[in-house]
Design a protein around this ligand. Sequence first.
Ligand SMILES: Cc1cc2nc3c(=O)[nH]c(=O)nc-3n(C[C@H](O)[C@H](O)[C@H](O)COP(=O)(O)OP(=O)(O)OC[C@H]3O[C@@H](n4cnc5c(N)ncnc54)[C@H](O)[C@@H]3O)c2cc1C
Length: 350
Amino acid sequence: MTQDVIRLSSLLEVMGELELYDITIIGGGPVGLFGAYYAGLRQMKTKIIDSLAELGGQVTALYPEKYIFDVAGLPKISGKELVKNLVEQASQYHPMVCLEERVQNVRKQGDLFIIATQKQQHASKVVILAMGVGAFSPKKLDRVDLEKYEGKSVFYFVKDKSIFKGKRLLIVGGGDSAFDWAMNLQEMAKEITLIHRRDQFRAHEDTIKKVFSSPVKIKLFYELKGIQGKDRIETAVIYDNRTRAEEILSVDMILVNIGFSANLGPIAEWGVPVEKNTIIVNEKMETGVPGIYAAGDVITHGGKLKLIATGFGEIAIAVNQGVHFVNPKLKAFPGHSSEMSPPPLAVKVA
Ligand SMILES: Cc1cc2nc3c(=O)[nH]c(=O)nc-3n(C[C@H](O)[C@H](O)[C@H](O)COP(=O)(O)OP(=O)(O)OC[C@H]3O[C@@H](n4cnc5c(N)ncnc54)[C@H](O)[C@@H]3O)c2cc1C
């Protein structure tokens, strides 16, 4: 068989099972999101895959309430607002977004890439790695096994506030997410108790003040010791870590917001050159594997700075080079957006 016949047969095999995308971006952080916008602008059929349940990468996971001052054209913007704007900008071109999927492997099949996650496989002509410091996953409590309640009465993210309607909610944590949800779920939950293992917080000062002066019961130096209930939680045993005194709370749901861990995993096995947990790229954001590009915090090059501003420039290069790879008749230079018509179906993201 000639090389072309092998390519065609593997293409047909893949197309029979999987929908083919032009550009798949692994990582829905600020850099991946801006990449999705650019790929849409270039009329590419685009997909974003992220391990988290929400878009925004480090900004959403670690500092949504902090202000950022060094994004071009925006003198001051909160992390949350920046992500909202990026999502709105990218959504104009309706990229496919696959959340809670951690990419485990990227392999070449003929001219295409097959991207495997814990849930399914994806097929793409070009892959852009915008994986930041690695796949984020919520930290879990080491001492209490909550697994059998997860998704029913134990949550790490809030996707739908209404599930907390009329419930007695226990929030574990002292960071931005814990305080944000303590504030935002008051209208839904019947009552909220927030426990935190110390008396220092990693949350926005203003939100902390608001929660302290709200009906939320705050118990400092308290940790979760155990839970009772058959399929659903009925009570939670908490204890004071200074005195070891225990208390039993009647609760229906627990929201654990104690941070995130990040792991890049075995990316070297995907064939890309790796140095100190970062991917080496050239000035075109090429990784050395034709068709795989990389941008943002995950890359290294001579002048690399791990900043949102530099990541935006890198992903613009990666996407436009990827466009040229998908269709060599299309130039890498995209033209000026100011001279293009806006997308026909612009949507606003809430
Ligand atoms: C506290 C703090 C404050 C900061 N302040 C600023 C600031 O003021 N200005 C500034 O410019 N920068 C700031 N930064 C840095 C900035 O947040 C990063 O440079 C930026 O987030 C990098 O974007 P990214 O999209 O490359 O990566 P990330 O934001 O890390 O996003 C990568 C995404 O890829 C996903 N991912 C990774 N691996 C996989 C996989 N295998 N499968 C599926 N998904 C995967 C992750 O879950 C994540 O969502 C700050 C960082 C921190 C921690």
